[in-house]
Each structure stands twice: as structure tokens, then as C-alpha cells.
Write a protein that binds this ligand. Structure first.
Ligand SMILES: *Cc1c(COP(=O)(O)O)cnc(C)c1O
Length: 392
């Protein structure tokens, strides 16, 4: 069976270093807000090209804390509106509603599946305070049109960078493109911990210091609380694991890209639509990728010289015959998943939005299927997936 994502195999590559990291933390006697976190925050900020990175408990909290901090700072208030893609994982929307803000759904571009920046302006009202750009499936969602609109209307550009670690746009790296970004290190993400973990990156020092307090009960100083905060910290054990895995992220992205390029070149079944990369994003990224990244491995240059705005967290194809294709692949030993089967506005959790209609989003949710992609797939596995998909 070809697994959708073999996490055991991914982490086995680094088992010695991971065990050493765990031992170091166990022996230290210090388990929360310590040296490992400080070092990961420094490393990750450097990787994203931001002045601040703050470890938090998970990706949803990272986004919640960004909006909570903007509210604490008076930049936003409850009832204000945030433009969110209708086509996203529900966590993006939960972060908005959980902080008392109102999500305003915007349809995606049918080619990239990311929010359609040409539809943003029509959704803006006097209450609009931010755009939440979700870099879905690993592809940068920001384009020059979005940046111009945020500037024109004074909107904060918040990135949901949960799926896009290392993706590049316009000389900037995912997490360093907007005003603030939420990252997830859920085990299955491109940079995955061995449990839950997340981070906020930003160049805004006031926002960073506010989030630093908010993640720790709203306290800047022990037993003095300026805000009504959360307990949302990234513990030392996960930070130590992430310090190990961050060193291999570029290598893993290159391996994912090699799988994606093979699929793009050799899947030729006319019943299947392959993912497309936004040309503006690819072009602008191309020239600047190598010089920017700290953890870059020079021998990988040839693999990563193309399509750098996409880090292929997921390889998502589309077909009118999804159910049959998924069954056919399962029968032939290829595990697939659907990202995602039900859009946020049609979930039971959001009854108030159930009557809204987003035809492009709904079409995507009805037709997408994610093929196996990971840094540890063998050539035989990749070839087998292509053969079976083409035989369908
Ligand atoms: C995974 C994910 C999140 C949430 O991250 P967690 O660490 O699971 O809380 C948010 N947004 C997107 C797009 C995600 O894929």
C-alpha cells in the first residue's frame, strides 16, 4: 500500500537527533518557555525573514492570538470584518469567529484554489479590517492585487501559513509577506512537530510583545496581567524537535517538489485536471529563492529553481469522477484523501452561513482529490501512482 503520508518514515530519518533532543529536554529540568523555545523562535524568525517568531500551542491558536492582539491593541474591535477565502480549512474561519470578528467569504480562483484577489474590493465595507490570505495546499495566496487593496483600504494582511512553510513570493518567504502570520507544526504539515505546535511571525514589535503576553495568560511579568490571555505555549520538547527538523526543511521541500514535478509531467489522463501554479507567483519567486534561504543546500539548486511559490503540502487534482477514481486508487493500493469535503459555510458549526452560495468553492469541494506526496516516497511509488492514475 502506498500511504498518503508516512510520518513514521519521515521522522525515522532523524531519529538519532530527535532522541538526543528529547534527552536534552528531559535532563534539563525545564519544560516550558526555556532555551529550546528561544532558540527555535530565533531560528524560525531567521528562516521566515521576520524580526519576531513566537511559539504557541498550535496553528489555530497562532491565528486566534493575532486577531486577539489586534483587538487588545485597538486596531480591530468585535464585529469588524475579515475577508477570508470561502475555500479553506475550517480553522482559518474559526480563528476569526472565535475572536468575535465576522468572516466575509470571498470565492477562490478556480485555477489556484486560493482567494481571488479581483473579488476582494467588492466585499469591502466600512467594517473591513483585514484580509486572511490562506496559502492553501502550499501555494502562496498573496498577489500584487491583494497587496494594493490592503494598502488602499488600510487593511491588515494576515497570512494563514499553516501549509506553506518555505514558499516564496516577491523575495519574501511565507510568514514574512503580510503584517502577521500564523503557522502550524501539526505532525502532518511540511514542518511537523511530534505533537501539536504553532507559531506567529511578524515584523511588528508591538504586536509581538502583545502576543507574547497573550499566549501566557496575558502576563508580561509574573503574576501581573495586562490582558485576559490564553495558555497557549510551545513546550520545550516540541521546540527541540522542531529545531532538529527545521534544518531539513529545504531538503524536504525539494523532495516534495520533485514528486510534484514528476506528477505534473507524467500524469496525462484527460479525465484529470492537474494543479496549476500562478504565473506571477512563480516568476517573481524564481530569481530570488536561492539567495534568501538560510538553510539552503546548494546541491539542491537544480530541483528548486522552478515553481518556488508552491511547496506542495498537498498535490490536489480535480475530476468529475472523484468517487470512482478514489475507489480505483484504493483498490490498487494508493491511499488518497479529500481536502476538503465540506466547505466552512456549509458546516453544521456555521448554520448562519449555510444558506450562502459559493459555486466555485462548492465545485472545488466536490471535485478535488489529494494524491500521496511526501519527502520519503520512493521512485517506484511515484511511478506506480502515475501508472494507476493514467490507467483509470
Ligand atoms: C492545519 C491548519 C490550521 C490549524 O493548525 P493546527 O496546528 O492544526 O491548529 C489552520 N489553517 C490551515 C490552512 C491548516 O491547514
Amino acid at each position: 500500500m502506498i500511504k498518503f503520508l508516512d510520518l513514521q518514515k519521515i521522522n525515522a530519518q532523524y531519529q538519532q537527533e530527535l532522541r538526543e533532543a528529547a534527552t536534552r529536554v528531559i535532563d534539563s529540568g525545564w519544560y516550558v518557555l526555556g532555551k529550546e523555545l528561544a532558540s527555535f523562535e530565533q531560528n524560525y524568525a531567521q528562516y521566515c525573514g521576520t524580526t519576531h517568531a513566537l511559539g504557541v500551542a498550535n496553528g489555530l491558536d497562532a491565528l486566534r492570538l493575532i486577531f486577539k492582539a489586534y483587538i487588545a491593541l485597538g486596531v480591530m474591535q468585535k464585529g469588524d470584518e475579515v475577508l477570508v477565502p470561502a475555500n479553506t480549512y475550517i480553522a482559518s474561519v474559526l480563528a476569526v469567529t472565535d475572536t468575535g470578528l465576522t468572516p466575509v467569504f470571498v470565492e477562490p480562483d478556480i485555477n489556484t484554489y486560493n482567494i481571488d484577489s479581483s473579488k476582494l474590493e467588492a466585499a469591502i465595507t466600512s467594517k473591513t479590517k483585514a484580509v486572511l490570505a490562506v496559502h492553501l495546499y502550499g501555494q502562496i495566496a498573496v498577489d500584487s492585487g491583494m497587496v494594493a487593496i490592503c494598502k488602499k483600504y488600510g487593511l491588515k494582511l494576515v497570512e494563514d501559513a499553516a501549509q506553506s512553510h518555505g514558499a516564496v513570493w516577491n523575495e519574501k518567504i511565507s510568514g514574512g509577506i503580510g503584517d502577521a502570520a500564523g503557522h502550524s507544526f501539526y505532525p502532518g504539515k511540511n514542518l511537523g512537530a511530534l505533537g501539536d505546535a504553532g507559531a506567529v511571525t511578524t515584523n511588528d514589535t508591538e504586536l509581538a510583545t502583545t502576543i507574547e503576553a497573550l499566549r501566557n495568560y496575558g502576563s508580561h511579568k509574573k503574576y501581573e496581567n495586562k490582558y485576559q490571555g490564553l495558555n497557549s505555549r510551545l513546550d520545550e520538547l516540541q521546540a527541540a524537535f522542531l529545531n532538529v527538523k527545521l534544518n531539513y526543511l529545504q531538503k524536504e521541500i525539494a523532495a516534495r517538489r520533485a514528486v510534484a514535478n514528476y506528477y505534473l509531467q507524467y500524469i496525462t489522463n484527460p479525465k484529470i485536471l492537474l494543479p496549476k501554479c500562478h504565473t506571477e507567483r512563480s516568476r517573481s519567486a524564481e530569481t530570488n529563492y536561492d539567495s534568501r534561504l538560510t538553510f539552503h543546500d546548494s546541491h539542491l539548486t537544480s530541483h528548486i529553481s522552478r515553481l518556488t511559490s508552491h511547496v506542495w503540502h498537498l498535490f490536489v487534482i480535480r475530476t468529475k469522477n472523484r468517487e470512482q477514481l478514489q475507489q480505483y486508487l484504493t483498490k490498487n493500493g494508493v491511499q488518497t484523501l479529500i481536502h476538503y469535503p465540506i466547505p466552512p459555510h456549509q458546516q453544521q458549526a456555521y448554520k448562519q452561513y449555510n444558506s450562502l452560495s459559493f459555486p466555485i468553492t462548492e465545485k472545488i469541494h466536490n471535485e478535488v482529490l489529494s494524491l500521496p506526496i511526501s519527502p520519503v516516497m520512493t521512485d517506484e511509488e511515484i511511478e506506480k501512482v502515475v501508472e494507476i492514475v493514467n490507467n483509470f
